[in-house]
Design a protein around this ligand. Structure first.
Ligand code: PBG
Length: 324
């Protein structure tokens, strides 16, 4: 397996994300992208976060850049007509996600780290993160499709492919596909330790990605699982060539984050997920009180060993000077 430590050093923005010790430079702001023009839809239970078409997204990123956002995570939201059993729409290089990556790279070059979520659930009609046959998730054919789609992410110019599907062996297949295509500077941020959590609810509403039937418990980890399984998943993805290892969700798994950060030789990311965000947002309308909560939460991630913090709070934290 080709391990390429230089990927994490390839740009100033990547080095700042990983090695500037300030909290603000660790933050990654997520965005939901839809087709169309002038779309700026609010999302239930996620005040301050919208689903936006590319024109609106570019204005948002412009404003976010001005307040110090340097790391972005992009999620494609697909209309029902674009979905099918195999997420075929993701193989079209004119898809809105790839257009958005190109537009951001054209405007900001390497001043922004772009991460793109790679999964099938937003693009399949059944809503699962892998192909479904006879009511079972098909691991290996899903992984092949993910590797094909990963190449389009790379060619659009993403810095990190953020694979969130939890199929076995996908980091290896994605890395091999990148190698074959000579995409030697594209990184992989693996959602390596991802639990079948009840805290993804608002996201699934935003991304229209709930499974039509069943749940994700045969691929995402059991929330009751112990450290061994977390370390197994993290070390497998590290060995397969992931450049960043993520633990998700954040708050209920701070202990896992600490263990993973201590045991792997790769930067660690944490995802402060949608349900955690809505808990805080719905708890009080007093901004100062909320600011103190956000500071406390972000500090806990840093203390537990996160080099990278993906959080819907990133924008308000920078805007209000809750982090430095
Ligand atoms: C897609 C994906 C999910 C999240 C990130 N990528 C949802 C899921 O696994 O069902 C959740 C993010 C959040 O809740 O903020 N697989």
């Amino acid at each position: 397996m080709n391990i390429r430590p230089r990927i994490n050093r390839a740009t100033v923005a990547r080095r700042n994300l990983l090695h500037d010790s300030s909290l603000s430079s660790s933050l990654v702001q997520p965005y939901f992208i839809v087709e169309g023009q002038g779309v700026n839809d609010s999302i239930e239970n996620m005040p301050g976060i919208q689903r936006q078409s590319i024109d609106v997204l570019m204005n948002t990123i412009h404003d976010d850049f001005a307040i110090g956002i340097r790391n972005v995570m992009l999620f494609p939201v697909m209309s029902a007509g674009m979905k099918d059993p195999h997420a075929t729409a993701c193989l079209d290089d004119t898809m809105h996600l790839y257009q958005a990556v190109r537009a951001i790279k054209e405007a900001y070059g390497d001043q922004i780290v772009v991460m793109t979520d790679l999964c099938l659930c937003t693009s399949t009609d059944h809503g699962h993160c892998g192909f479904v046959e006879h009511n079972e998730i098909q691991n290996d054919s899903s992984v092949e499709q993910l590797a094909r789609i990963a190449l389009l992410h790379a060619k659009a110019g993403t810095d990190y492919i953020a694979c969130s599907d939890m199929m076995d062996g996908r980091v290896k297949h994605i890395r091999q596909a990148l190698e074959r295509a000579h995409q030697h500077t594209t990184g992989i941020m693996s959602y390596a330790v991802k639990y079948a959590s009840a805290f993804y609810g608002p996201f699934r509403g935003a991304a229209d990605s709930s499974p039509e039937t069943g749940d994700r418990r045969t691929y995402q980890m059991d929330p009751r699982a112990g450290y061994k399984e977390a370390l197994l998943e993290a070390s497998l993805d590290e060995a397969e060539g992931a450049d960043i290892i993520m633990v998700k969700p954040g708050l209920p798994y701070l202990d896992v984050l600490r263990r993973v950060a201590d045991s792997i030789n790769r930067p660690t990311a944490v995802y402060n997920v949608s349900g955690e965000y809505s808990m805080v947002m719905n708890s009080t309308s007093d901004e100062a009180a909320r600011g103190a909560m956000v500071q406390e939460i972000l500090a806990s991630f840093q203390r537990a060993g996160a080099d990278i913090i993906v959080s819907y709070h990133a924008r308000e934290a920078l805007q209000n000077g809750w982090v430095v």
